[in-house]
Design a protein around this ligand. Structure first.
Ligand SMILES: *[C@@H]1O[C@H](CO)[C@@H](O)[C@H](O)[C@H]1NC(C)=O
Ligand SMILES: *[C@@H]1O[C@H](CO)[C@@H](O)[C@H](O)[C@H]1NC(C)=O
Ligand SMILES: *[C@@H]1O[C@H](CO)[C@@H](O)[C@H](O)[C@H]1NC(C)=O
Length: 689
């Protein structure tokens, strides 16, 4: 007993010492985004209480290792700066991490390697208004060396990736090749790819690319991890040789190395880019049931991946300055709420946008139809569904903030499918494919039914897009479908049947107070839609139904024993986050009376745990996206800030090591089953009110 307690104490102290051995700005998150751009280009550095860049391997969002190593030689001494390589035949030490910082688009580490400091910058561009750039599945890694003693030093910089980037099964055989023009590029792929396949959430087709400008002193090598890394550590350069013994990913671990000799310098930098390209990207069901192959938007500009990589590398300084401007804008906008809020928002952006892919298809003459864009989203971790309506809904604020067009293109894939008539139910479908990257629908109508949730979500998002942009085209095209969803809401939202809401992990429940709010807001939203389309009678009709429902809902929804709304009608002791009221604010409907907002605001103040207000009385866990939505609807700044600061405490708690989970325990700050989900885009909710 005593020894185990002592051991725990030592572990705790070591953890704290490690967390304190470098500065983390604004804080150390559960996992650090390194290269996060698509559901399949998603590399992270898990943290827990704090892990240096060269203390562990980067991982895929699932936690599976992605071999990604880095060494530097300074005056003949080798240091590792990335990953946790072991190289039996060579001697090196670890560079010492001094600082870490994240912004919306970048994760930056400073490590000291003898008399030189290395600044290692991982930039995953966020360019939602440029569909070519946003659809480019590549990320930058730039490494700058700078002398700390004023003298010039001999510096060589090395990095590699392994074949773990091309599959979720390391027993599969990969092959690879290297091109050496103005850019050195390694390309690696499975020997037997499976189109549209996944294993352990990794894609099973397409290629990974690792590149660097072929400037003076650049060298390359492919081969076994221990061979290639030892070659660099011993010689400061690679052998420019190709290993053509194609083999399994884990069979003498082939790696793809790139190195630069900067010579004797006081400062210098090198650039690497990593990416994963597959084509076609998405299989989509169209009217009549045929399956359409869709490709990433960037193909409308580039005909080869080589051209894409050249452009991406040449654009680095422009991309960096645009990223810095975007980071500043996000930080300035969010800091108007609070510094805590700005840190949560900055951490959420790459994760959320890393769930989407922007696609186009070909015309019959083989040209690209860039007028027909559909964006696809992988639900990630809670399920592998494609375009889950109640995952797009919580993420919606990030699209409103960065580019509402992307939101329209996300809805388009769902609305077009349902308008095709292939889906048999009258309510809005839950998703358009049970496993990404298939968007093949649910023609049997047996998707995960969330009838009020998804119908309300869709009408609300359709109106939100139109309000934000002034573009009514979606409302016009899908008017009858939206009216069909609204008819369902009129039937089932005042007294919602026993069903699940988006918080499906909590199980089904009848008469959910918060779900009724969503449905009633949906009806009112349809009134505004009718009005926008010139249908005054329809607008008045929907509006009077919604107003009548609000009155009757108050009779059902208020607890008779405590000053709060219930979780479910007739259960007076129950309560929960009534986060669906957020849409009343977002759409400026003024549908629910001020007294309801005041009631809930006062109540939440009294029931917060250390890391936030529980989702409802069934459990003490909560959802970070709904905490922030609720922060957006409460009527007092101090209550708003309570929600924000507790979410930040959770994110910075040091107790978690997965890409930020939206689902966590309010009593101890430990995350629950989810990770890396796009819904953290909902943390931008306060920026779009
Ligand atoms: C690898 O080989 C394929 C097939 O010959 C070719 O299309 C591709 O451009 C090559 N990639 C590199 C990086 O050389
Ligand atoms: C739902 O609430 C209504 C109104 O109070 C009530 O009549 C009905 O019995 C409830 N349904 C269930 C399944 O509890
Ligand atoms: C109002 O809308 C509902 C639902 O669409 C419809 O059933 C009803 O007939 C409409 N009433 C009027 C007066 O238009």
């Amino acid at each position: 007993m005593f020894f185990s307690q002592l051991f725990s104490l030592i572990v705790l102290l070591v953890a704290q010492v490690r967390a304190l051995s470098w500065t983390a700005t604004p804080f150390n998150p559960p996992s650090i985004p390194l290269a996060v751009r698509t559901p399949y280009l998603s590399a992270w550095l898990p943290q827990g209480a704090g892990v240096a860049l060269n203390d562990a391997w980067p991982t895929f969002w699932t936690g599976q290792i992605l071999g990604w190593a880095g060494f530097v030689k300074v005056d003949g001494t080798a240091y590792s700066w990335l990953g946790a390589p072991s190289v039996p035949d060579a001697t090196f030490t670890k560079a010492t991490q001094k600082s870490f910082k994240f912004t919306a688009t970048q994760s930056t580490f400073v490590l000291s390697a003898g008399p030189v400091d290395l600044t290692v910058n991982f930039l995953s561009p966020v360019e939602p208004t440029d569909l070519v750039k946003q659809s480019t599945p590549f990320s930058y890694l730039s490494v700058s060396a700078s002398s700390t003693d004023g003298r010039a030093h001999s510096v060589q910089i090395y990095s590699d990736i392994s074949a773990e980037w091309v599959s979720g099964d390391n027993g599969l055989v990969a092959n690879w090749n290297t091109s050496s023009g103005t850019i050195l590029t390694h390309q690696v792929q499975l020997a037997s790819p499976t189109r549209y396949g996944e294993v352990n959430d990794h894609t099973q087709y397409g290629s990974a690319f690792y590149s660097t400008p072929n400037t003076g002193g650049a060298t390359f090598q492919t081969g076994a991890d221990v061979t290639v890394r030892a070659q660099f550590i011993q010689n400061g350069r690679l052998a420019n040789t190709r290993d053509t013994n194609f083999r399994a990913i884990s069979n003498n671990w082939p790696v793809f190395g790139l190195a630069h000799d900067l010579g004797s310098v006081t400062s210098g930098s090198v650039l690497f880019t990593v990416g994963h390209v597959r084509d076609p990207a998405i299989q989509y069901i169209v009217k009549g049931g045929a399956l359409q192959d869709r490709s990433l938007f960037f193909w409308s500009r580039f005909s080869t991946t080589g051209d894409l990589i050249t452009s991406f590398i040449n654009d680095f300084s422009g991309a960096l300055s645009r990223a810095n401007a975007f980071d500043s804008k996000v930080n300035n906008d969010a800091t108007k709420i609070s510094a805590d809020y700005a840190s949560i928002v900055s951490l959420s952006i790459r994760q959320s946008l890393g769930s989407i892919e922007i696609t186009i298809a070909k015309n019959s003459d083989g040209s690209w139809n860039t007028g027909d864009v559909i964006v696809f989203m992988k639900e990630i971790s809670s399920d592998g569904n494609t375009n889950t309506v109640d995952v797009i809904f919580p993420a919606w604020p990030i699209f409103l903030y960065t580019n509402p067009q992307l939101g329209k293109f996300l809805l388009e894939g769902i609305l077009r499918y349902q308008a095709s008539g292939l889906y048999p139910n009258k309510w809005c479908v839950h998703d358009i494919g049970s496993s990404y990257p298939h968007a093949t629908g649910h023609n049997d109508g047996r998707d995960e039914a969330m009838p009020v949730e998804e119908s309300g979500n869709m009408v609300i998002m359709a109106l939100s897009y139109a309000q934000k942009t002034g573009d009514n085209s979606h409302l016009t095209t899908y008017r009858s479908l939206l009216a069909q969803f609204t008819d369902f809401l009129i039937t089932d939202s005042l007294i919602p049947a026993n069903q699940i809401s988006t918080d499906d992990f909590a199980g089904p429940l009848a008469n959910q107070t918060n779900l009724a709010i969503k449905g009633i807001i949906g009806i009112k939203a349809m009134s505004v839609i009718a009005s926008r389309l010139g249908d005054t009678n329809g607008a008045n009709n929907y509006s009077s139904i919604a107003a009548d429902y609000v009155t009757r809902w108050q009779g059902f929804a208020k607890s008779k024993t405590g000053p709060h709304l219930t979780l479910a009608y007739n259960n007076d002791a129950s309560w929960g986050l009534s986060y669906n009221l957020y849409s009343d604010k977002l759409l400026k409907l003024n549908l629910f009376p001020q007294s309801i907002y005041d009631l809930q605001t006062a109540w939440y103040n009294t029931v917060s745990q250390q890391f936030g207000v529980p989702l409802d009385t069934r459990h003490t866990y909560t959802k970070s996206d709904w905490e922030i939505y609720t922060a957006g609807l409460v009527t007092s700044t101090s209550t708003r800030d309570l929600f924000i600061s507790r979410v930040r405490s959770y994110a910075a708690s040091g107790k978690n090591n997965v890409p930020l989970s939206d689902w966590y325990e309010t009593t101890n700050g430990v995350s629950q089953g989810f990770r890396a989900r796009p819904v953290v885009g909902g943390h931008l909710a306060l920026l779009v009110l």
